[in-house]
Design a binder for this molecule. Structure first.
Ligand code: CDP
Ligand code: MG
Length: 676
């Protein structure tokens, strides 16, 4: 932490924000999990609920919903939209004719909100109130209110194309404009034309609701008055070289200098969050023994359920929580007790260059709208402070809002779902925002190359099977192909391992030991076989905690892997794919199978030793975490391309160059491969 001496990390107080204050009732009580009488618990939460801004609008909301087929509701984050509105609808009798669904872009939000609402309802989670997310369904025939990811509702259209189970569908967090919520807009509008009894509610945390209203034939917009305490804004005087370092310095500055109140730090992803978590624990050891304790609480999308609760529980006496979150904490979940927000100014976003057909994961500046939302999190219950780790000029340069995902994502997976739900004409679908023609064409081309579409553009038998899997079409293809090649056991394991960010962790002070430990798993065919070896090792010791510790394996992620693996096995069994089929140690079979989905993600070594991606012709580099880093196989297949200063191939294996065209003759038949 030498850098902490730099005075350029100091924040200058720039301005004060003050909006409509209110008679703050900041119920902090009653948020502890208890096994006590459920009804008693629900009763104890009632005063807190009644104090939410949305409560006074209750009768009006119910009236509007009963009188309208579609309604747009706009309200500040934390005003009670997500937790209360489905309950209002239930009390108004709307759950008598079907389930009330409320979609969320993020799985952790769906789970944590369902848990909270079932407490408020006074029933067990999964009974009257439940959730459904990929690989995890907590609902029962009793369920009246169902929180679910937008992806899950889209998937349900495959088996129930009129969504007959539902009386109301709430599209929540619509301002986020995720690809799947956007597609749901179109599907629901079409369904409503045939189903007069279906109610649609769109909820948003930002004011730009006109677009939603126009889309639903000028549906009524209701604005819920918010409650926001003043938030003091601090911005750095100079740009920060390393926002992680700067975040840690700021966390400790707040902890040692500022009064009580928890800290919410926005970071970009799990790896970063875990690195900061470890650093906080280390630095906290240097605090005087008399000092208040600092407890890091990570929260990110693939966080195991049992560990999510810590974030919501109040900090014990004489401690301060520092929540380390991705932008999940921006609008989708509300955490009590936050008084300080640290905003690194960036987020991880999925991108797609439709011209060259490359998908990438990049860390990019957030929008002004996001920065304001992040700041708002500090003033929900009392006045607070927001520390932006960037300058005022940098803020001014940010885009006003984030571009809808549909404009910047690979559309292959939703197109596959649309086709499987009976939508044939993808170009003329009723989009809220139309994706570019090139982007749709690229995605159709990719599906065709994977064998999911017939020559006339209709869904093939393979495509139908692929649509059954709740994973990207590339991975679905690989799993289905494994049946033909007799390597399903290995492929399911590898795909599960690839479902988490990272399996290995490397503490800064133990780099050598970690590298040494990793050696026993390394196979120079590449990362895929290496990952397989790790999973085998983990299973041999039955997930022993000490083994993970000694081998620098992230146990949190390994548990998630096993969960995903179990679910994938179930999906395979449903399609009668033999999950025990194994090719033993025949790596060539495994790699060829992976290539059947990832032939577009390949690169060839050039004369000068650099690598050029086959499809785009761009220069790509090996990611330093790959076991192939520093090695020079002739051809490489990879799962992801990470764009930082350069384009890095992550999760890569060495392949024979001839395999590429052999695996995808349809795709490469009339194309020249970029070589030199
Ligand atoms: O959807 P919106 O942002 O308008 O608010 P909400 O998610 O319905 O949250 C309303 C209130 O419920 C928050 O202010 C929290 O105090 C509380 N809540 C909670 O305590 N625990 C949760 N898991 C979710 C919400
Ligand atoms: Mg909400």
């Amino acid at each position: 932490m030498e850098k902490s001496k730099n005075n350029n990390n100091q924040h200058s107080k720039k301005r004060e924000f003050s909006t409509d204050e209110n008679n703050g009732n900041q119920g902090k009580n009653g948020f502890k999990k208890s096994k006590k009488d459920l009804i008693g618990k629900a009763k104890s939460l009632l005063p807190q609920r009644k104090a939410l801004p949305i409560f006074s609008a209750r009768e009006k909301i119910i009236k509007e919903i009963l009188n309208n087929k579609a309604l747009i509701i706009v309200g500040e984050t934390g005003s009670g939209k997500t937790t209360q509105i489905p309950q209002f609808l239930h009390h108004a009798g709307l759950s008598k004719n079907g389930i009330i669904a409320c979609t969320q872009p993020r799985r952790v939000a769906a789970m944590s909100i369902a848990r909270r609402v079932s407490e408020e309802f006074g029933t067990r989670l999964g009974d009257r109130v439940g959730y459904s997310i990929r690989f995890d369904d907590k609902t029962s025939p009793n369920t009246l209110i169902k929180y679910m990811t937008d992806g899950m509702l889209l998937r349900e259209l495959l088996s129930d194309n009129m969504l007959k189970k539902y009386s109301v569908v709430i599209l929540d967090e619509a301002h986020e404009r995720t690809l799947r919520t956007d597609i749901l807009f179109g599907m629901l509008k079409a369904i409503q034309k045939k189903r007069d009894d279906l109610k649609i509610i769109v909820m948003s945390a930002t004011l730009d609701a006109e677009k939603f209203s126009e889309y639903f034939d000028d549906a009524k917009i209701m604005y819920i008055a918010g409650r926001q305490f003043p938030v003091k804004l601090y911005q750095t005087i100079q740009p920060q070289e390393d926002y992680l370092d700067s975040a840690i310095v700021t966390i400790f500055q707040i902890h040692t200098e500022q009064p009580n109140g928890d800290i919410l730090t926005f970071l970009t992803g799990q790896e970063e969050i875990e690195a900061v978590e470890k650093l906080i624990i280390e630095h906290a050891k240097l605090l005087p023994v008399t000092a208040k304790k600092l407890i890091p609480c990570p929260i990110f999308a693939s966080m195991p359920t049992d560990q999510q609760n810590k974030v919501f529980e109040p900090a014990p006496p004489d401690t301060r929580k520092v929540i380390l979150a991705t932008n999940i904490a921006e609008t989708s979940i509300t955490i009590s007790g936050i008084k300080y927000v640290i905003d690194c100014g960036v987020a991880k976003v999925r991108g797609y260059n439709s011209k060259i057909g490359i998908e990438s994961l990049t860390i990019q500046p957030i929008s002004k709208a996001s920065a304001r939302q992040r700041m708002g999190r500090a003033g929900r219950e009392a006045p607070g402070c927001c520390y932006r780790l960037y300058t005022e000029d940098a803020f001014e340069e940010l885009a006003d809002s984030t571009e809808p995902e549909i404009k910047r994502c690979n559309l292959a997976s939703v197109i596959l779902l649309l086709k499987a739900s009976g939508v044939e004409d993808i170009f003329n679908f009723d989009y809220l925002d139309r994706p570019s023609k090139t982007s749709v064409a690229r995605s159709l081309e990719q599906l065709y190359a994977l064998g999911a579409l017939n020559d006339d553009g209709t869904l093939s038998e393979l495509g139908k099977k692929m649509a059954e899997f709740p994973i990207e079409p590339t991975y679905a293809k690989v799993i289905i192909q494994s049946e033909n090649l007799g390597c399903t056991k290995e492929i399911i394991s590898i795909v599960s391992m690839l479902s988490v960010d990272s399996i290995f962790y490397t503490p800064q002070d133990k780099r050598e030991e970690a590298a040494e430990a990793k050696k026993k798993f390394v196979n120079f065919d590449g990362d895929h076989i290496t990952l397989l070896n790790v999973l085998k090792g983990y299973q041999d010791v039955h997930g022993d905690k000490d083994w993970c510790y000694e081998n620098f394996i992230n146990i949190r992620n390994m548990k998630h892997v096993l969960d995903v693996r179990k679910q994938l096995i179930q999906f395979c069994e449903r399609l009668k794919i033999d999950v025990t089929a194994s090719c033993g140690h025949d790596h060539e079979v495994i790699l060829k199978c992976l290539l059947s989905g990832f032939f577009q993600n390949t690169a060839l070594r050039q004369l000068d030793g650099s690598y050029r991606a086959i499809v785009s012709g761009q220069i790509v580099y090996m990611h330093p975490t790959s076991v192939l880093f520093g090695r020079k196989p002739e051809a490489i297949m990879y799962n992801d391309l990470i764009l930082t200063s350069k384009q890095y191939m992550r999760n890569a294996s060495a392949i024979h160059p001839n395999w590429i065209a052999q695996t995808a003759p349809k795709y490469f038949g009339n194309r020249s491969l970029h070589t030199l």
